[in-house]
Design a protein around this ligand. Structure first.
Ligand SMILES: [Cu+2]
Length: 499
């Protein structure tokens, strides 16, 4: 193509782009030799606008603008201790006090003046790299900011889409692992189609020196991070941040759009909603949607826009379908849909505790209380029973049932179990090593497999067994953490492995 023809094509195509975006405003969109509209609709117009930023899971309202503006975005980095799981805290580094950071929403063609403040109480320098920026480092070099300082830089939002932003200060992996990421939406000029709900969910992997759910303030573990072995994989920075009272909500017959990001630093997300099909997915945040998707991959440092319509009331579970992450590392959130049943589409019965265990109930306060009491040296039997009851619900009730009656022929009863009465310490061995082969409980034969419950720590086992001993007509008594620890240190007795 010679230069003249190219110039002509530019004129014609930019005209087309104007009509496509907004006819009322004559906008100059530039076009390169591949005919890509770059989204430079000319200089900003009107008074500068202060962007309204939102905390997760909320999304700012659409810009409802048909002209390019100057938008001022003010972000403050705050380092602070927050819960990461029940009774567990972590020192997060945040953009605006939450993980993920504040949601930023602008329009393609806007000129964004970004101010980054580093709170004077912080200990580390920080910066910001926005994937929606065209320019070296995405803003990182221009925004390196020491505690108590502020930097600013300006960029034009040339490409529409949903983009991750993150801190890129060395050690970069550590800043991201501590929660320094968020999303910026660059709306197409005509805006996104209206929906009933827009939500902001972002996955991240976390590395603590203690084990999953080990109580207290947990420091960052660099070795685990390098080995890519996270202790937690979470939506919105904490286990339970989107369950129970904090679940996302919708009504039947509504359209829901979720901006789903993945901050990483390491893992790729297999994002799925149990019981829903995405009608539309903008994979990797790109422009052309895929339709009728079950699970969408979200790269570390990437994002997607998923959209679906709700038909049937109930609890829908957002998971990373690398499923151990959901049930053993925390990557689980709930969307609660209210409204009338629709039996022609689904016959009924809730996603229940058998599926979710204690994960649908963020309230494990009795467990936290028992841990604190144990540390302080004043743990009572009653504390143990209450903590044990919550843990039993999440761990044992799926087989032995909430009332301890078991299921005939499949799972033996723990209620009035003569096996337990004969030796109240025997359950320690059963939990540590599992139980297989024929066993007679209260005159009935069972020949099945109980897997070891070795994911439970010593405290948890002691509390569960104490709860069992004091429930459903069992003989009472108490098992201590020390007894469990001692048994764990010993080799498995042959008797516990089978009969
Ligand atoms: Cu940082």
């Amino acid at each position: 193509m010679n230069r003249l023809v190219l110039a002509l094509a530019v004129v014609i195509l930019s005209g087309a782009a104007c009509r496509a975006t907004n006819a009322a405003d004559a906008q100059a969109a530039t076009v390169d030799s591949n005919n890509y509209v770059h989204g430079d609709f000319g200089p900003p117009r009107g008074d500068p606008i202060h962007a309204v930023l939102t905390n997760p899971p909320n999304v700012p309202a659409p810009t409802f603008r048909n002209y390019p503006a100057k938008v001022i975005v003010e972000l403050e980095v705050i380092e602070k201790e927050m819960p990461i799981s029940e009774g567990v805290t972590y020192t997060f580094w945040t953009f605006g006090g939450t993980v993920p950071g504040k949601f930023i929403r602008v329009r393609q063609g806007d000129t964004v003046e970004l101010h980054l403040k580093n709170n004077p109480n912080n200990k580390m320098p920080h910066n910001i790299d926005l994937h929606g920026v065209t320019g070296p480092g995405g803003g990182a070099a221009s925004t390196f900011t020491a505690p108590g300082h502020e930097s600013q830089f300006t960029f034009k939002a040339l490409n529409q889409g949903i983009y991750v932003y993150h801190c890129a200060t060395a050690p970069v992996g550590m800043h991201i692992a501590n929660g320094m990421y968020g999303l910026i939406l660059i709306e197409p000029p005509e805006g996104l189609p209206p929906v009933d709900h827009e939500y902001y969910v972002m996955q991240g992997d976390f590395y603590t020196t203690g084990k999953y759910r080990e109580k207290g303030l947990q420091p960052f573990d660099m070795e685990k991070a390098i080995d890519e072995k996270p202790t937690y994989v979470l939506f919105n920075g904490a286990e339970g941040s989107l369950t129970g009272d904090k679940a996302l909500t919708a009504k039947t017959g509504q359209t829901v759009r979720i901006f789903v990001g993945n901050g990483g630093p390491n893992l790729v997300s297999s994002f799925h909603i149990i019981g829903e099909i995405f009608d539309r997915v903008q994979q990797e945040g790109g422009t052309h949607p895929q339709e009728n998707v079950q699970t969408t991959l979200i790269p570390s440092g990437g994002a997607a826009i998923v959209q679906f319509h709700t038909e049937v009331p109930g609890s829908y579970v957002l998971v990373d379908h690398s499923i151990f992450r959901a049930f053993n590392k925390g990557a689980l959130a709930i969307l609660r849909v209210d409204g009338p049943e629709n039996k022609t589409i689904y016959s009924g019965k809730e996603v229940d505790s058998v599926y979710l265990g204690d994960r649908s109930e963020p309230n494990l306060a009795a467990v936290t209380h028992a841990t604190k009491a144990a540390t302080a040296g004043n743990l009572t039997k009653d504390d143990q029973i209450k903590a044990g009851q919550q843990l039993f619900t999440g761990t044992c009730s799926v087989c032995h049932q909430v009332n301890g009656e078991g299921l005939p022929g499949v799972f033996p009863p723990l209620a009035k179990s003569r096996i337990i009465a004969a030796d109240p310490k025997r359950p320690i061995q059963i939990l540590l090593h599992g139980l297989t082969g024929k066993v007679v409980v209260n005159g009935k034969d069972y020949n099945s497999v109980m897997p070891p419950m070795s994911q439970l720590n010593d405290d948890e086992m002691a509390n569960i067994i104490t709860f069992v001993l004091n429930s459903w007509g069992n003989p009472g008594g108490r098992i201590t953490t020390e007894e469990v620890a001692k048994a764990r240190a010993e080799p498995a007795p042959a008797a516990a492995a089978g009969h």
